[in-house]
Design a binder for this molecule. Structure first.
Ligand code: ZN
Length: 430
């Protein structure tokens, strides 16, 4: 069990008490030190003394990505500049980057949380951790690195890309743990396979972050590298960065560090809590963050809470892997559909690639229809299309409860984007 980086509170009662104290501290801190928050609280008619129970969190207003952009360059800053020791920023696909301010204590808390991930993944001081993620203004490199040092394992800061160097390091340094994105892990795995290196490596674990990954892709990575443990590490810049939770050996669900933040799951339309186990938007409130505290920050990410206790023994709460973003969810004939569900079905289908488009239409009969265009796999013949389409149709009908019209198109026919590819086209009007 977690001993070195143990939770500050673990049993449900203690955890609630700890969270209430942290919530009260955060609201007071934000009120006293951040004009943005004070004005938002005043507008909502709530003051620090009103927070008497955990349920009072619902009296607080929400914050959003727009508040980060509007407050640029130091949004939500709640300490004097002299106390900020570092900033990080999101990679910023649209508009201004979201900048996060860290005090020395924030860095310390983040490092502790992240070191807990290494402990949970069963690392020891003997482990050698190859960190092939981006070092720079974003949070990944610094997070993996500092926590590895705090934990006491050997950090190999190899950075992203550069497969040639990664191969050399894996072999020469006897790397036992690989930290990267899932796409990078796949590239590394394919290169290892190509070079026939697998048996010369000492790799045991993968800790992969910041990407939705299908079970098929994980299995492939593990097989090619000959590793038995694969952990998902969630990370959001606004909430410290990576390392705020980890999946465990028992399942792909994420234990999250509820002693550092409160996670609410809300219906994205009504903003009311969803029933336990239902899908909702992840809304974060930090309990100890000084530089840029979060109060009910709407992440737009969707998941559900796992209510059963985890067989691994860890008592910290869990959520499912992120299902997608509320911006991407669509409703057809009363069914909520998440693109991740379509991803999962397509990734299990032979004969097609990963590129697809969903077109939603309202036809003359007044009903809504879902058309799905999927690219044929590069190495598959046209003759296989009918079988692929029939398989996909049946899976979607059974799993998602929607009957799609499936069309297989030629490889490379659908547009690709270096940024996020648009896949959902809702042409139903209002
Ligand atoms: Zn567990």
């Amino acid at each position: 069990m977690l001993t070195r980086f143990a939770p500050r509170a673990e049993n449900p009662e203690e955890l609630r008490e700890h969270q209430l104290k942290g919530l009260q501290w955060t609201v007071r801190h934000a009120w006293d030190n951040c004009r943005f928050y004070r004005e938002a609280f005043q507008q909502a008619g709530v003051a620090p003394d009103d927070i008497k129970t955990l349920e009072d969190i619902r009296r607080l207003p929400f914050t959003t990505a727009d508040d980060f952009r509007r407050g640029y360059p130091f949004p939500l800053r709640s300490v004097p500049h002299s106390e900020i020791v570092r900033i990080h920023a999101s990679s910023g696909t649209t508009g201004k980057r979201k900048v996060v301010c860290y005090t020395s204590k924030d860095i310390d808390d983040w490092t502790e949380m992240f070191a807990r991930c290494y402990e949970m993944a069963g690392l020891t001081r003997e482990d050698r951790v190859q960190i092939c993620v981006g070092y720079g203004v974003w949070t990944a490199g610094a997070g993996f690195q500092l926590a590895c040092e705090r934990f006491g394992a050997l950090a190999i800061p190899s950075g992203p890309g550069n497969l040639e160097m990664q191969m050399t390091f894996l072999e020469d340094f006897g790397t036992t743990v690989l930290c990267c994105t899932a796409s990078m892990a796949l590239l590394v795995a394919q290169e290892v396979k190509k070079r026939g290196l697998k048996d010369r490596l000492k790799l045991k674990k993968i800790i992969a972050g910041s990407e939705r990954t299908s079970a098929a892709m994980k299995a492939k990575i593990m097989e090619l590298l000959g590793v038995e443990e694969y952990y998902d590490i969630p990370g959001m810049t606004e909430l410290y960065g990576p390392g705020t939770g980890l999946s465990c050996r028992a399942s792909e669900n994420i234990h999250y560090w509820a002693d550092f933040y409160i996670l609410e799951l809300l219906d994205p339309e009504t903003l009311e809590p969803v029933a336990p186990g239902e899908v909702g938007e992840m809304v974060y409130t930090t309990l100890a963050k000084e530089g840029s505290p979060l109060v009910r920050y709407r992440s737009r990410d969707l998941t559900r809470l796992i209510t059963e206790p985890c067989p691994c023994g860890c008592r910290l709460p869990r959520h499912a892997p992120i299902l997608g973003r509320s911006d991407d969810m669509f409703i057809i004939r009363g069914v909520n559909v998440y693109p991740s569900e379509i991803d999962m079905i397509l990734s299990a289908c032979r004969g097609v690639g990963s590129e697809y488009q969903v077109l939603l239409e309202r036809r003359e009969d007044g009903k809504d229809y879902m058309r799905l265009k999927v690219e044929r796999d590069e190495n598959t013949a046209v003759e296989a299309d009918a079988a692929s389409a029939a398989w996909i149709y049946e899976q979607i009908r059974q799993e998602i409860m929607v009957t799609p019209e499936v069309e297989i198109v030629a490889y490379n026919e659908l547009p690709r984007s270096e940024r996020k590819t648009k896949r959902i086209f809702d042409n139903r009007g209002i």
